[in-house]
Design a protein around this ligand. Structure first.
Ligand SMILES: Cc1cc2nc3c(=O)[nH]c(=O)nc-3n(C[C@H](O)[C@H](O)[C@H](O)COP(=O)(O)OP(=O)(O)OC[C@H]3O[C@@H](n4cnc5c(N)ncnc54)[C@H](O)[C@@H]3O)c2cc1C
Ligand code: SF4
Length: 493
């Protein structure tokens, strides 16, 4: 393994400080007053959960922070996390009309944080309990953002909900995968407690299929929601991949969330394989832990990078280097078995757009750590065991109706990464919430009508927001994803 931490705890704490610190109360009011409170607000439609953004911003201008928090959390139960982790430049802020005037957008993310921090710091109960219990019980399998979005909505609609989560903590990747300088795990864990406060039962440390048979859940619950997320990291399939200094990005990032930061081993010279957001999160965190050199190895060109442009800019500002049209062919070890280098070969783009390897160009780069970030496995294999009759897509994601989240098994619904193949926290919450409303309609015969909260923005027909695949207006810094790879480095579904 790499020799160990490169910096002491104080230096790491400074480096890992939040990149978007909170607004002061005075700055929040100034920022809120920049909003035009648009009638047909494009920012709402660009938010997958359909938060009534002008409404909560208006409440901030009148110092009604609890009301602003209620507006946010009633649409998006993970509104505090999303304020920190959402790619706002390509969602709400990317759609803000102020771009049309050549101005910077309203700071929606930071204003959302301002309001939700107020609620969480005071432990305010801003969401009402369900008026009447329906008597139905629903099992939510997986306690990540999709499961939490589903569970919170079901509980507010009066259903009994049990979340089965295999880890000791719920929150999924939102608790143990987000880059440390964007959000600390405490924010996600506080949101889990808010969901529990709505009456949701959590059975943590219970792995479905191992600790409880699927047949029992099908027997005991009126409906099931599958929110298992994705599996482990994909393999490179090259010699040296199992050396001790070679780590999976998601596993390594998890260490940052479960151990003191000054005990997490990082190399002096680190190669990160992949060009998605997860790869760049790993790059930025390796530099902040003290790695002297971090090089991104990506087999396509700069314009193909699936990561958001603002993530690439952050990596460049942090001193990362990029090697494009390059791919690893072997990881090398020294006499003691430690990683000593990586053999690289050039690639060239074929007419199909796929990269072709040119082995004659091999060169060796000296590194003492390799972080693999080439996407996560789809959950097909485990799902085939758990629910043999469940229909899957060819790539191993769960086949489902996009407007309801319903699978081919009428009482089984899904959402989040295991269904969409890997998007963002806000997509997972929105899909969980949408499935909850469909489950409610199935069990009670009643549709949830009207917007999530009153809005002047014409979202009555689609209360959870449109969640455009492409934002309707994109800030100049944003760039589109490659047609070949998703935002976290995996091939497009
Ligand atoms: C490294 C990394 C960084 C990211 N950064 C961002 C970011 O900055 N912003 C952003 O918006 N998105 C980010 N994402 C994406 C985001 O985290 C995911 O889209 C989101 O967490 C998906 O939610 P989910 O509930 O579908 O899955 P997950 O978050 O993966 O949750 C699934 C849950 O199911 C549990 N589970 C699995 N199998 C079982 C079982 N058999 N029994 C019981 N429980 C089970 C898991 O333990 C887990 O808690 C990032 C992703 C990665 C990998
Ligand atoms: S688009 Fe911008 S200005 Fe208009 S309501 Fe939304 S945040 Fe305010």
């Amino acid at each position: 393994m790499p020799t160990g931490p490169k910096l002491d705890a104080a230096a790491i704490a400074t480096n890992m400080a939040e990149i978007h610190p909170p607004l002061s109360p005075a700055a929040a009011v100034v920022a809120a007053h920049r909003c035009l409170f648009c009638f047909d607000a494009p920012c709402i439609r660009a938010c997958p959960t359909g938060i009534d953004i002008p409404s909560f911003i208006r409440k901030i201008t009148t110092d009604n922070l609890a009301g602003a928090g209620r507006t946010i959390l009633s649409a998006n139960i993970l509104g505090a996390s999303c304020a920190r982790v959402c790619p706002t430049a390509v969602l709400c802020e990317g759609a803000c009309v102020l771009h049309s005037r050549g101005e910077s957008p309203v700071e929606i993310g930071r204003l959302q944080r301002h309001a939700t921090d107020y609620v969480f710091e005071r432990q305010l109960q801003v969401l009402p309990s369900a008026a009447t219990a329906t008597g139905f019980r629903v099992a939510v399998l997986g306690g990540g953002p999709a499961g939490l979005g589903c569970a919170a909505e079901l509980a507010q609609l009066g259903h009994g909900v049990t979340v089965f989560e295999k880890r000791p903590h719920a929150g999924g990747l939102n608790t143990h995968g987000i880059a440390y300088y964007k959000m600390k795990p405490d924010v996600s864990l506080a949101e889990v407690e808010m969901v529990a406060g709505l009456g949701v039962e959590f059975r943590r440390g219970v792995e479905v299929g191992r600790d409880i048979p699927m047949a029992n859940l099908e027997r005991d619950f009126a409906a099931l929601f599958l929110g298992f997320g994705l599996g482990g990291g994909r393999r490179l399939g090259i010699p040296g991949e199992n050396l001790p200094g070679v780590v999976e990005a998601v596993d390594w990032i998890e260490q940052l969330h479960t151990r003191p930061l000054d005990t997490v081993a990082v190399g002096e010279s680190v190669a990160v394989i992949g060009g998605g957001n997860t790869a760049l999160d790993a790059v930025n965190q390796a530099r902040r832990l003290g790695a002297r050199q971090v090089v991104v190895i990506y087999r396509r060109g700069v314009d193909d990078l699936p990561a958001y442009d603002f993530e690439r800019q952050l990596a460049l500002q942090g001193g990362a280097e990029f090697l494009f049209y390059t791919t690893p062919v072997a990881i090398l070890a020294d006499a003691a078995g430690a990683v000593s280098g990586i053999r690289l070969a050039a690639t060239r783009a074929l007419r199909t757009g796929d990269p072709e390897l040119d082995r004659n160009t091999a060169q060796v780069m000296a590194v003492d750590m390799v972080i693999k970030a080439v996407g996560q496995e789809k959950p097909g294999a485990i799902l085939r065991q758990l629910l043999p009759d469940l229909a899957l897509n060819p790539d191993g994601t769960v086949r489902h109706d996009a407007t309801t989240g319903q699978t081919n098994l009428p009482r089984v619904f899904t959402g989040g990464d295991c269904a969409n193949g890997g998007r963002e926290v806000v997509n997972a919450v929105a899909e969980g919430k949408r499935a909850a409303r469909s489950i409610h309609a199935l069990l009670t015969g009643k549709a949830v009508t009207g917007p999530v909260q009153s809005s002047r923005a014409g979202v009555t027909g689609n209360p959870w927001g449109a969640g455009f695949d492409q934002p309707i207006r994109v800030a100049p810094v944003a760039r589109k994803h490659s047609s070949k790879e998703d935002a976290h480095g995996g091939p497009v579904r």
